[in-house]
Design a protein around this ligand. Sequence first.
Ligand SMILES: Nc1ncnc2c1ncn2[C@@H]1O[C@H](COP(=O)(O)OP(=O)(O)OP(=O)(O)O)[C@@H](O)[C@H]1O
Ligand SMILES: [Mg+2]
Length: 597
Amino acid sequence: MRERLRAVRLLLAFPFKVDTYRTAGALLLIFCGQLAGVGVAIGLALTTDGAVTRSGDRAIPGIAIFCVSALLSSLGNWGSFVLQTNLLDRATLAVDLELVQLTCSIEGIEHLERPEYLDRIEHLNQNRQNLVTVPTRAATILASGLRLALTVVLLARVEPLLALLVLAGIPLLLASTRRNRKLIQVWDEVGSPTMRLQYVLRHIAGQESGAREIRVFGIQEEFKRGYTRLWNTFTAAFDRVSLGGALLEALAAAFLALAVGFGLVLVAHQADSGAVTAGNLVLVLTLISQINLHLGILAGTANSVGGSLQTAERLLWLREYAAHDGSPDRNSSSELPASLSSGIELAHVSYRYAGADADALHDVDLFIPFGSSVAIVGENGAGKSTLVKLLLRMYQPSAGSILIDGVELGDVSTGQWRSLTSATFQDFVKFEFLLRESVGVGQLDFVDETAAVLGALQRGEASELAQIRSIGLETQLGRNFADGIELSGGQWQKIAVSRSMMRESPLLLVLDEPAASLDATTEAALFEHLTGAARRASRNAGAVSLFVSHRFGTARNADLIVVLNQGRVVETGNHATLMGNGGYYAELFQLQARSYQ
Ligand SMILES: Nc1ncnc2c1ncn2[C@@H]1O[C@H](COP(=O)(O)OP(=O)(O)OP(=O)(O)O)[C@@H](O)[C@H]1O
Ligand SMILES: [Mg+2]
């Protein structure tokens, strides 16, 4: 219940926050338009009576009321429509900005891996306009209600039985509410997930890399079929509810129409016997024909408020998640030293991905001394990237703790840790920016400093890219731009590595498979540089460089080699020790060495 109230408060306040004057104006005009509609009917009745009785006393005010009401009604309806459309555009931008800000402010990335969270975010994206329509809809409900009440009073004055007509509209209201409730449910259960999956398919098919594979494997038709299947699932579920509901609504509307017909016969009969004046007959005809319409508006608007409530609850959830669950350390107070003097320790660290039935990392105990270069090796799926992401605090360990110089990482603000770390991920991003920016975003403060960007390119073994075209750093990258150049896979990887080199002395530098696309010379130079840099950094800040590699030849120079197998650390030591042990590492190393002979 408290949740509901908070959602209502949010919905009522949101448009006022976006634009107070436009919202207030729209509300005023809605009332004006609706109530003037009743004035039109009264004006018509007076005019008719005046005409029939040839009385100017009635006809002249009748015409005046009719004209003023008709003018106010058009002005109200048209003006409120324009203001509402305008408000909707502004509010959509405000909601978009809040969504971007909220999703980016979440400090971990777990919310991007849980389908149920993704569905909620998809719902928000698809229905964001729901957040800004409630005050105007509430005004429409109030004004329509008021108009109906006035209609009832006016009808009852002519014939008390006619007042009961509004009661005949109740089944229509109930049927329409029921249909809407079911539609919301279908949207939640089927709509959001299918829309999201359709987006995934569109995204793959729309990208050059996706298009390539789709053609190589000849799966164009299957893609189309898959997309259509999703579409059909969604529309079938929607149609079922819509059609079932529409049938019930049609029955309820027919019942109301019958009741209205009965009312008309009653009044026509009375008019025939002279008990009802011609003016009242016009009044009844005008008002009665609008009952159906206004009950429909009332039901439709009231129902759409139900949809808005659901969207508001999603936004409140996201706000809450961004503030607490997704960013649990907002109040963390521990400070890290500027340089490491002991090292990084993982104590009984386990991690299980959401929805997985086994740990990706299990009970990892590991000490990484300050100033060391560390290689993490292991087969595919051993847990290397997971370990890296935990160290970078993309996730919180499911069990155990990570200590930086004895300070629990969970007690340090994520912002502080992020400013002390840098990384190249296995699935790095190709930022299609200017070359300067694509590298420079690694430390945005220095993006305009040519020496800093060139230095990063040099540390990333990518200096030759600075000579690309005649404009060097100002070259637009990416084929999405008319003047953009496309790079090779290895060149993109060099840019990603250089980006992580923008921070000259991070406490922790992580490179996950940085050499997968690099040629042998560049790879050798990169690792030589890395180990050299690690040693230099160890003298300054005791920094740790950690890289993941499948090539054992590059790992052998690391100070510490960590061997992972099925989520567990099975061996640690330097190359000589591990070879001496004759264990898993030695076995893998020899296997790889043989394949090169
Ligand atoms: N986002 C995720 N959600 C669920 N499970 C995941 C996710 N990422 C990885 N896993 C699982 O966790 C395990 C470890 O994956 P991880 O990516 O850490 O392996 P890796 O050692 O880096 O492998 P590779 O050498 O292929 O990069 C795998 O079994 C994988 O299926
Ligand atoms: Mg990996």
